[in-house]
Design a protein around this ligand. Structure first.
Ligand SMILES: Cc1cn([C@H]2C[C@H](O)[C@@H](COP(=O)(O)OP(=O)(O)O[C@H]3O[C@H](C)C(=O)[C@H](O)[C@H]3O)O2)c(=O)[nH]c1=O
Length: 189
């Protein structure tokens, strides 16, 4: 399992080892022991799985506020997606900065996104399935959202001019300028 830092401190890029043979491949997609060896002690309590039927389906930017803030370990189970994390911790030196990576079933790459970051992704193939572990259970009363195409964040989703498929909630999310973050820079997750 390769665990690498990214240009956005706190967000990690994880690539599990794949053992290929004539049948296909095997990979440990989550290992508490290997993450702990790399200093990652996050305890996950819920697995999520969503299917996005159409290419350019965009879900995000979402988070849950404390005390139900969620760190996420994200991977693509089928198809391809571009996964994005945005630092929304007030006072953080990287406030409002984003990092994205292409996660595909073929590359097996994962992102570990700490609590205090908003998360979103856009599908890059039909019938794309995202699978991710969360460090807190679903708490809808603490859910928040940030506008996916806020120019002050400036995410390049790689849409190539395609109109994204959005939920009503996501289309109406506030931009950073009108956003009250529940996260402080040094808040515990
Ligand atoms: C997130 C969640 C949702 N639900 C139910 C609530 C709705 O009836 C239905 C769809 O929920 P939603 O439209 O919020 O799903 P997404 O737009 O994919 O939201 C997720 O997308 C971004 C990328 C995330 O990182 C979050 O996990 C989450 O916000 O699933 C649950 O029952 N449990 C849950 O943990």
């Amino acid at each position: 399992m390769q665990i690498e830092t990214t240009p956005l401190p706190g967000v990690l890029r994880i690539t599990p080892q794949r053992f290929g043979d004539h049948r296909g491949y095997f990979a440990e997609t989550y290992s508490a022991r290997k993450l702990a060896e790399a200093g990652v002690e996050t305890v996950f309590v819920q697995d999520n799985h969503s299917l996005s039927r159409r290419t350019a389906t965009l879900r995000g930017l979402h988070f849950q506020a404390p005390p139900w803030a969620q760190a996420k370990l994200v991977r693509c189970g089928r198809g391809a997606l571009f996964d994005v994390a945005v630092d929304i911790r007030r006072g953080s030196p990287t406030w409002g900065r984003w990092y994205g990576a292409e996660l595909t079933e073929a590359n097996g790459v994962q992102l570990l996104i700490p609590a205090g970051f908003a998360h979103g992704f856009v599908s890059r193939a039909p019938d794309t399935e995202i699978v991710y572990k969360c460090s807190s259970p679903y708490a809808p009363e603490t859910e928040g959202a940030l506008l996916w195409n806020d120019p002050d964040i400036g995410i390049d989703w790689g849409l190539g001019g395609a109109e994204p498929v959005l939920s009503e909630k996501d289309a109406a999310a506030p931009p950073l300028a009108r956003f009250e973050s529940p996260f402080g820079w040094r808040d515990a997750a």
